[in-house]
Every structure is written in structure tokens, then in C-alpha cells.
Design a protein around this ligand. Sequence first.
Ligand SMILES: Nc1nc2c(ncn2[C@@H]2O[C@H](COP(=O)(O)OP(=O)(O)OP(=O)(O)O)[C@@H](O)[C@H]2O)c(=O)[nH]1
Ligand SMILES: [Mg+2]
Length: 501
Amino acid sequence: MTAADALRSSLEDLSGALESFQFRVPGPDQAAKERARTELVRSIREYLLPRLEDPDAPVVAVLVGPTGSGKSIMLNSFAGERASEPGALRPTTRSPVVWANRRHVRRYQKLLGGLIGRGDAGIVAGDDPITEQLTVIDAPDFDSVYADSRIIGEQVLAVADLCIFIASALRYADAAAWRFLDQIRMRGLPILFVLNRLGPDPETRKLILADFAALLKDRDLLLEADASLIFDVSEQVIYPRHGGLHADAVASIRQELALISDPALRRAVVRQSTEGAVAEVIDKVGGIAQGIGADRSVVTALHTLAEEAYANELSTSKQLIATRRLVAPGPVGDRSSVERELASAMSRRAGVAARDAAGAWDDMTEGHALLGVAETLWRHGAETPEVAEKESAAWLDVVENSLAPAVRRPRARRRAAVKLTRTLLTGEGAAVGGAVAELVNDEAWRDRILADLTDRIATVLALDADRFLALTQRVDISDGLAATIRSLAAQVSERAGEFYR
Ligand SMILES: Nc1nc2c(ncn2[C@@H]2O[C@H](COP(=O)(O)OP(=O)(O)OP(=O)(O)O)[C@@H](O)[C@H]2O)c(=O)[nH]1
Ligand SMILES: [Mg+2]
């Protein structure tokens, strides 16, 4: 296996692990965490893996810069045709435009999958020899007021090997530009700087170029504050035919791009951009692993709160049984009324537990959000009364059966069982005699039958609690995934070390 294969397979593994889960715990940063995860997967699957697999594919240069700086005009100037619609309304370009060689067009259909083909976006196929080795993408501006454009901008950046940064001489010092330049620099992408719309006065031009170079140097974007490292383009007529500048205006930039297209240099560019991307992936995995850890501790906390609420209610139930207050005192009634009373006492306990658990969840941001999806959590579950009735009836059967040897006739036995139950639960009906009195006074039997009742209440409560626990399980991330992801990233890092040595 070559070093490249090894690196690729380690990236495959990492991506697989990142795709195996989702950040589902609702909260203020859920969307951001989930986006970071999908972006990471995207940059591995859509950029790094294809790139490493096919290092001789054309270099992808992305035009970036603030809105109105002239990116679309620049693409048209390179292409010599109306590839991207420039415009006076800001921002103009809302989805990416790809200028590629006919032979390579298919590559980008796959690469940018969901991005192109919506709205006015698309691929402009050409025969320009430069496109044999180079593809240029006109991206929406990154600082757009449209969140949509910003996300698309980031996605396009993820597939870039090279950036062509277009600044306008009219507003090159805008803070907005620096933010995304920092982002590009973190990716380790090579950047060509173009200062567009320069005025005719040579002195002013020199001053502005020197100032721009100094600003770039200050931010570590240029090695030296050397104005000759910046491509300067004058403000000039835009040809209506192709919506671009005269070919001469961009000749030096085209020349530089043609140079990059030289196979050896291209490999160097791709090497630099993939190395930067691998480093960024490794860096971002740390944040993802942390996010998993944070989600897991939230889930554990919510789980514990729910369990505690139900455990509390079980011990309350035990106490109520011991002090004979589980059901209210009243007339002896018949079997069905006792059964109903006991069942509703059980449901009541579940209802109190649910209210307490929901209350505890409500105090946590994430718990509050989860309650929003399942408002019924504030009450006992819809099926709880039915389960309680079944348990209650089953317990009464057990009581009745205990009387079986002593009281033979079923109807008499049933009546005796109801009396016995009353006495057990409320302490009333002391005037019982015979078999009933015998059992009531049999301490071992009493303990056993009341323990059986407690177990049945526990069953009802556990079933009710399941609604909370199922919800936490649904948003949980499997144990050990953070560690797996960390170790897969360490493997990528090690293999990248060998590959880029
Ligand atoms: N006359 C003249 N106008 C220019 C020149 N460069 C840019 N412009 C003006 O700037 C406007 C915006 O240019 P675009 O190419 O659409 O800018 P963009 O960077 O693609 O902008 P977004 O798509 O919004 O990000 C154009 O409509 C022109 O009016 C130039 O060299 N000469
Ligand atoms: Mg544009």
C-alpha cells in the first residue's frame, strides 16, 4: 500500500465514523455542531478523497472577495465570454458558476452535486487551453447577508485548491474581507491577490498597492510587503459582449494561472492545499469529539434526573403502602371499585413522577427543548392507566388466591378478598374475622403480598419512565465514539506525516 493509499483509507475510516451519528441533543448550538460535522464529512468526501485519488485533475481556483469587487467580471475576462452575470445590484452572484473544460465538466457535476444547477448557477464548458489544467469557480461572496450564500461560499471553499482574492481599490481595507481571508489561510490554501478598479494616477496607484501589500503582510497573508506580489487591474470599460474586461487587463493573471497548470507546480499546489485540508480536518475533529462529550454528559444528566424522579415516587409509594395511605379511606365497595381505585393510585404516582421529571428537565436548556417535542411528558403516559389496571387486577387475583384454601366458594372469596385488600391498604375494616383475619395477622404473608404490590407499582412507573429514557436514548451518541474518532484522526495525522514527508 502506498503512503497515498494509506492516507486515503484512514480518511475513509474517519469519514465513516463521522457519518455514523448525528448531533441530536436540542439546544442553542445543535445546528452549528451538526453543520460542523457535515462540513467535515463533505470536505473529506468531496474534496480530499477525490483530490488524493486523482492528483492530476485540474486545479480548482475559486474567485473570492467582497460583494461588488468584480469577481464575476474577472471570470468573464478570463473566459472571454459571458460566463457569470455581473451586476450593479449587490450581491449579484447567489450560487457558484464553474468555468471548466468540456472534458472535465462531469467531474464538477459530481463534485458540487447539490450546489450547481439551482437558480442561475451552472457550469460553463469551454475549450480554452488553460482549462485543460485549471477550473475557475465564481463563488457568491462569503460575507453575504444571505446565510444561504455564506454556506455555499464555504462549501465552494472546501473544494478549492487555490484562491484568487479580488479586492476593489475602492474599499480594499474593509474588515469583512479580512475575516474570510483568515479562514482561507487556516485552510493553508495558496492565494493570488488581485487589486481591481485602480485609478489612472500612477502615484495614487503605487500608494494604494503598497498599503494593500502592507496590510496583507501584517496579517501573514504575504511573505513580504511587496506590491509586485499583487496583481493590479485598472478600472476600465466592461465589454457588453462578454461582461468582462479586455483580455490584456487580465493577461498577467492568466499567465500566472497557466504557470500553476504546469504539472510539477500543480502537484505542488495540490500538495499544499491537501496538506492544509488534512491539518484542518484533524484540527476540527477535536471540536467534534468535544461536542460528543458535551452531548453525552447532557444526556446522562437528563437520564439521571428522570430516573431519580421515578425512583423517588417508588419510595414514596412504599411509604404510602407502609402507612396505609396509598388509597383514600372509604366504603369497602366491590372488587371492581377497589381495582379501579388502586389502579388510579398507581397512575397518580406515575403522574407525580412525570411532573417532577419534566420539571427537572425544564430547568435545563436541552431538557426544555426536548419537552417541547413531547409536551405529554408533563403527565403520566397515555397507556399508563391501562397498565395500572392490569397490574391492579393481577394483584387482587393474588390476594384472592391466597384465600383459596380457606374460602372455597368463589363469590364469598371475592368478597373476602375485597375486605382483606381494604384492611391491607387503609387499615380499615378491622372487624374481619376468620380466614381474612388470619392472613392480615400473618406478618410474613403481609410482607410478601405488599412487596408484590410494590413490584407492580415499580412496573407501572418503569413503563412510564421509559418515555423519558427513550427520548434521551434517541438523542444519545454511542459510548466510545468520541474516542474512536479521536484515534482515527490520530491515524490520519500519522499517515499524513508519512505522505507529506
Ligand atoms: N466600469 C467598471 N466597472 C467595474 C469594474 N470592476 C467592477 N465594476 C463594477 O462592479 C460591479 C460588480 O462587479 P461584479 O463582477 O458583479 O462583482 P462580484 O464581485 O461578482 O459581486 P457579487 O457577485 O455580488 O459577489 C459591476 O457591475 C461594475 O459596475 C471595472 O473594471 N470597470
Ligand atoms: Mg458575482
